[in-house]
Design a protein around this ligand. Structure first.
Ligand code: TYD
Length: 208
């Protein structure tokens, strides 16, 4: 099963997901947690180029292509082989981030970015996508309060950009209600962990 974790900045998705993985592992499940952009050495190198705060002149199409290239390598080297071996793979961000950030917020258009990603994914989709929904004002406040978290090039965008990311995610969820589960990420940490865990368990039970 391939699960993806999506949401605006500061939604707490990465911290919550780590806790959910621990819970699943305690039940004896083998879970592989990975991330995009990244997850393999080549994809992590591409990540460094994309998120470098010095790269202020990066063209939006170049940005979208780099995310797609990192994604391709991640799928070929990691996600597909593990999925074939029957593992549960959870990826912190995937295709929907490209649709929300590059397609929606950057203004390239969802269909344009989706078409570009067809080459990267061969039309492969997650079985389940958890959308950690939060008002970006709250999300960015959390990032500012969390001194340990690195601020990247996309965190530095204006609030309108982050609003557009959120709205695009919500419209993607509306388009594919069978794949998406929307979680209220403004709730207390423990509550969100419970909601995320339940959503994954429900899907696993259905897949049995
Ligand atoms: P990261 O530090 O992993 O942030 P987060 O904790 O919010 O996931 O940085 C990933 C950044 O890249 C984040 O700002 C979202 C952005 N992104 C895209 O714009 N398009 C994509 O396709 C992906 C995967 C991420």
């Amino acid at each position: 099963m391939f699960v993806t974790i999506e949401g605006p900045e500061g939604s707490g998705k990465s911290s919550v997901t780590k806790e959910v993985v621990k819970l699943l592992e305690q039940e004896g499940m083998e879970v592989i947690l990975t991330r995009e952009p990244g997850g393999t050495p080549i994809s992590e190198q591409i990540r460094n180029v994309i998120l470098d705060k010095e790269n202020t002149s990066m063209d939006p199409v170049t940005e979208a292509l780099l995310y797609a290239a990192a994604r391709r390598q991640h799928l070929v080297e990691k996600v597909w082989p593990l999925s074939k071996a029957g593992k549960i793979i959870i990826s912190d961000r995937f295709l929907d981030s490209s649709l929300a950030y590059q397609g929606g917020a950057r203004g390239l258009g969802i269909d344009y970015v989706l078409a570009m990603n067809q080459y990267a994914t061969d039309g492969y989709y997650p079985d389940l996508t958890l959308l950690f929904d939060i008002d970006p004002r709250l999300g960015l406040q959390r990032i500012a309060a969390n001194k340990g978290r690195e601020v990247n090039r996309l965190d530095l965008e204006k609030i309108e950009f982050h609003d557009s990311v959120r709205q695009t995610f919500l419209s993607l969820a509306k388009r594919s209600p069978d794949r998406f589960v929307i979680l209220d990420a403004s709730k207390a940490f423990e509550e969100v962990i419970k909601d995320a865990y339940n959503a994954i368990k429900n899907k696993l039970n259905k897949c049995k």
